[in-house]
Design a binder for this molecule. Structure first.
Ligand code: G1P
Length: 302
């Protein structure tokens, strides 16, 4: 099995952001779902901050029509920042400028929606022949060491591609790409089997991929060879099966808490958890929750 060159620093992350966000309609009718905030920070900013915290310098955003707001968010906003400067609101001006300085953002369009694997392949001309990270925007992972950094550390130590995994209940396996293989230690698996959203009986283990990957550039050739799979789409998980047959692929049980912000309840949970961690909001949020939990519902609004 081919050893991977590990002396190439992982500088680039691909963030697929081309989806229509239909699970969040009507909010996503006119704004990209990635711009919906958790408290006051757009989801995509949380993801980019994880990548930057892991040492990533270049973020390749795979977008679609009507996603310009994301690009604007990571640019400077001269009128806003200048006006805040003039009003002596330096803190707020800095909040805005800091986002513009986070990383080099390069965007490329996925012109036809052909699945996650196809979206990743759209980034190939920008990523080139370097290992890179992938972060999916619907998964927010809260951890001391950014999840992507944990995966890069494994990549560097073991010389192979790595997917982050978490253990899920059997009833949940049909929501995820699932991995199977040989456990090398309680956190690390040498992967030899992957199945996209299997039926419970077909899952190779209970380890699921919640949207974090550090991959060798060979994945691009695997993607080119991958035929449409589940849902008629080119699946990244299917291309990873090919990669696992050609090179080393590991799964690492990352340390951290994952929120499924692509789901309404997961989104509400993330909002509450992140708000409770903000010193200026925590007490107020607790009081509001107490009030609503003890009171009978007051009137109904549709
Ligand atoms: C995608 C991937 C799946 C992965 C999941 C993580 O599915 O295809 O392998 O486990 O993201 O969120 P999606 O949720 O976009 O349908």
């Amino acid at each position: 099995m081919a050893a991977q060159p590990v002396n190439r620093k992982i500088r680039t992350a691909v963030i697929p952001a081309a989806g229509l966000g239909t699970r969040f309609l009507p909010a996503t009718k006119a704004i990209p779902k990635e711009m919906i905030p958790i408290v006051d920070v757009p989801m995509i900013q949380h993801i980019v901050e994880e990548a930057v915290g892991a040492g990533i310098e270049n973020v390749v955003l795979v977008t679609a029509r009507h996603k310009e707001a994301i690009e604007n968010h990571f640019d400077f906003n001269y009128e806003l920042e200048d006006s805040l400067d003039k009003k002596q609101k330096q803190d707020l001006a800095d909040v805005s400028r800091k986002i513009g300085k986070l990383c080099n953002l390069i965007s490329i369009r996925q012109k036809t929606p052909m699945g996650l694997g196809h979206a990743v392949l759209c980034a190939a001309p920008i990523v080139g022949d370097e290992p890179f990270a992938i972060l999916l925007g619907d998964d927010l992972i809260d951890s001391k060491i950014p999840c992507t950094r944990q995966l890069i550390d494994i990549y560097e130590a073991h010389g192979g591609s790595v997917v982050g995994v978490m253990e899920v209940a059997q009833s949940e396996v049909s929501k995820y790409g699932m991995v199977g293989g040989k456990m090398l230690n309680p956190r690390l698996m040498h992967v030899d089997r992957l199945v996209e959203k299997p039926k419970p009986a077909d899952a190779p283990s209970l380890f699921a991929i919640p949207g974090r990957y550090v991959l060798s550039p060979s994945i691009f050739q695997c993607l080119r060879e991958t035929k449409p799979g589940k849902g008629g789409e080119i699946q990244l998980t299917d291309a990873l099966q090919l990669l696992a047959e050609r090179e080393k692929l590991f799964a690492y049980v990352y340390e951290g808490v994952r929120y499924d912000t692509g789901d309404r309840l997961g989104f509400i949970e993330a909002t509450l958890a992140f708000a409770l961690r903000r010193p200026e909001l925590a007490e107020g949020v607790r009081a509001i929750m107490k009030k609503h939990l003890s009171e009978k519902p007051q009137g109904e609004r549709k």
